[in-house]
Design a protein around this ligand. Structure first.
Ligand code: ADP
Ligand code: MG
Length: 613
């Protein structure tokens, strides 16, 4: 699970009890001085270390099955932060209230635990092998999907680890262990017929010993009465370090002969929707050529962005890239009558574009006939900007086609604009889903910032959804590519501008930069967390400017987590020099996203409700 305490300044990661006491000593041993560290035994658990009357106290905080956190015998809380907040007001059985956080020195990062590294590698390998991704695309998939993939891994990772032999008999287990060399600590794990029970078979002194692994009511695994773990692979890793009641510690595994590749690096577990290794895409095309992209809730197996056909560019295949041209042949394009949307330029229709090896769903922006030269130029400019961009969270252009009209052919994002989607589904979409989508928008914007492009029209209406968990930035009609040594674009004249989304320097000086996109990102966040409300209610564009200059800002939307409102407010820093850039914004929202992904949706919603708006 992602670490729900990673962002806390008094969280030290995986440090020992002795080290914790050392930090508390250095910080002065005041009554109520406290810190938080990782619990070695249960995934997502912590220990609260504190001082009272010059004595140390250590309280384990367990993460329960429903995602809440509690000190044994105490009340449940939705996160470690909330738990600490609670105990700072009420000792409720502790030696005293928490009074002063013992913060980490600024040079000290939280110490990664033994499982953190293994987990990170597993996530990386799983994504690499399941979706066949490499390089930057792999890194982006890790950043945006780590919490989802970790959830998958937590429950199924052991199935693909070499020491796991599935449901074999005790006799077969013994014969596998006795074959070949028989060093002490050689082991395997097998499944018992009893549900949720496993056995660990281990050689010591040329004899095989069998231990029963049981799951308790909370779903945690342990050997007999030993240390409990959330997953089997953690239990095994722990028993490699400490026998913990076994006759010997685990050393080398007997690889399962039925496993195709008993690799050293953990191979990915089977994807719940049935994919194994290799590039597999979830969507298959049906007869009319459209790719069904299930959207909405009720789908048990969540479709990850990497499962869709538009995660990577259709030109990521070198064979397709060979034939790439900006101008597309009309004969390869089928334009459907279905209208997806419309604007001043004309309308957007859906269609199919035939490539060398595949057909893809496309959205086609058609220029109205009788259009003027300027509008044609604008559409060509939009195409040229988009042509230079390639990121999973940005709508890609396939090309342009000149026929019955000038057409801009783009990847299809069939879920439509974010504001409309959220407004229609406000009762079904949890806040964590909104955070996830806005994090993806931040990933796309970070990419634009790095490439030195300014969007100039970032708004919830221009964030399109591929599905409920996959967002892409679109509408590059106002966008500009900055010269390498420029940090802003100066508009010659004002135009038909989305004033409510614009930063003060855009309106006052016609100056546009990635920093002014950050302001618009803040407004987009506000729209998203208010589930598609219009910003600044009844105010007119120019009134908004006065409102901002008076130092006023929009209020927190009812269901918006305070952390996300805080981020919006920093995006609305008046002076662009003091405003964060997208590198910072993405890190901030990512940290929050990971911290809530460790909780259940229910506890998050509960917390949001009790937070005064
Ligand atoms: P405008 O410049 O007029 O705002 P947009 O590029 O935002 O034009 O497109 C207008 C509408 O067309 C969008 O709100 C959306 O409903 C639809 N649309 C545009 N691009 C796509 C796409 N790639 N996939 C699906 N629908 C799209
Ligand atoms: Mg638009």
């Amino acid at each position: 699970m992602p670490n729900a305490a990673a962002h806390l300044p008094f969280y030290y990661g995986s440090i020992s009890r002795v080290d914790a006491e050392e930090h508390l000593k250095l910080a002065g041993m005041a009554d109520g001085l406290f810190l938080l560290r990782q619990c070695f035994r249960n995934l997502g658990g912590y220990v609260l270390s504190m001082v009272h009357k010059l004595q140390f106290y250590h309280y384990p905080i367990e993460r329960q099955m429903n995602g809440t956190y509690a000190i044994a015998g105490g009340k449940a809380h939705c996160g470690p932060e909330e738990l600490c907040e609670f105990y700072s007001k009420d000792a409720d059985g502790l030696c005293c209230t928490l009074r002063k956080p013992c913060n980490r020195p600024s040079s000290l990062e939280p110490q990664p635990g033994i499982f953190d590294n293994i987990r990170e590698n597993m996530v990386r390998e799983y994504i690499r092998q399941t979706w066949n991704l490499e390089g930057e695309t792999l890194e982006l998939a890790i950043i945006s999907q780590a919490p989802q993939v970790e959830k998958l891994l937590a429950t199924t990772a052991h199935e693909k680890l070499p020491w796991y032999h599935g449901a074999i008999t005790r006799e077969l287990a013994e014969s596998r262990l006795y074959s070949g060399a028989q060093p002490d600590g050689k082991f395997l794990m097998r499944q018992k017929t009893e549900k949720g029970a496993y056995a660990l078979s281990l050689i010591y002194g040329k004899t095989v010993y069998h231990y029963l692994i049981k799951q308790d009511k909370a779903g945690k695994y342990s050997v007999e009465e030993g240390t409990k773990f959330d997953t089997l692979w953690q239990l095994v890793e722990y028993l490699k370090l400490k026998p913990d009641g076994l006759i010997y510690y685990l050393k080398e595994s007997t690889p399962n002969p039925e496993m195709p590749t008993a690799a050293v690096a953990p191979a990915p577990p089977a994807h719940p929707s049935g994919f194994g290794q290799g590039p597999r895409r979830f969507a298959s095309q049906n007869s009319d050529g459209y790719t069904p992209e299930p959207i909405g809730l009720g789908n048990k197996t969540r479709i990850l962005p990497m499962d869709t056909l538009c995660y990577e560019s259709p030109y990521s295949d070198p064979e397709e890239l060979k034939n790439r041209k900006l101008f597309l042949k009309r004969s390869n394009l089928i334009v459907d009558e279905v209208e997806l949307g419309s604007g001043n330029f004309g309308c957007v229709k859906r269609g199919v574009y035939r490539m060398k090896k595949k057909q893809i769903d496309v959205a086609i922006k058609m220029l109205k006939s009788g259009n003027e030269r300027a509008e044609r130029d604008d559409m060509m400019k939009e195409a040229q900007i988009m042509h230079q961009l390639d990121n999973p969270h940005i709508v890609r252009v396939i090309g342009v086609c000149e026929a019955e009209a000038l057409m801009l052919v783009m990847e299809m994002a069939s879920g439509g604009p974010l504001n409309k989607f959220l407004n229609a589904k406000k009762d079904e979409i949890p806040v964590s889903n909104v955070v996830e989508l806005m994090h993806q928008v931040a990933i796309g914007m970070k990419y634009l910032e790095e490439k030195n492009f300014v969007h100039r029209d970032l708004a919830a209406r221009n964030v399109l959804l591929v599905n409920q968990h996959y967002a892409k930035i679109s509408d590059f009609g106002l966008s500009k590519a900055l010269a390498a040594d420029d940090s802003y674009y100066m508009a010659k004249t004002t135009g038909k501008w989305p004033l409510k989304w614009y930063a003060p320097e855009c309106i006052l000086f016609r100056k546009f930069s990635s920093k002014s996109d950050v302001w618009s990102y803040g407004i987009t966040m506000w729209e998203a967390f208010s589930y598609g409300q219009k910003p600044y209610k009844k105010m007119k564009g120019p009134e908004v400017m006065t409102f901002i200059e008076e130092g006023k800002r929009m209020e927190i939307p009812p269901r918006c987590p305070p952390e996300m409102y805080k981020l919006m407010q920093t995006c609305w820093t008046f002076k662009w020099e003091d405003r964060p850039d997208f590198v910072t914004v993405e890190t901030l929202i990512r940290t929050y996203y990971y911290s809530i992904a460790a909780r259940t949706e229910e506890t998050l919603e509960e917390r949001v409700q009790i937070t005064p708006a």
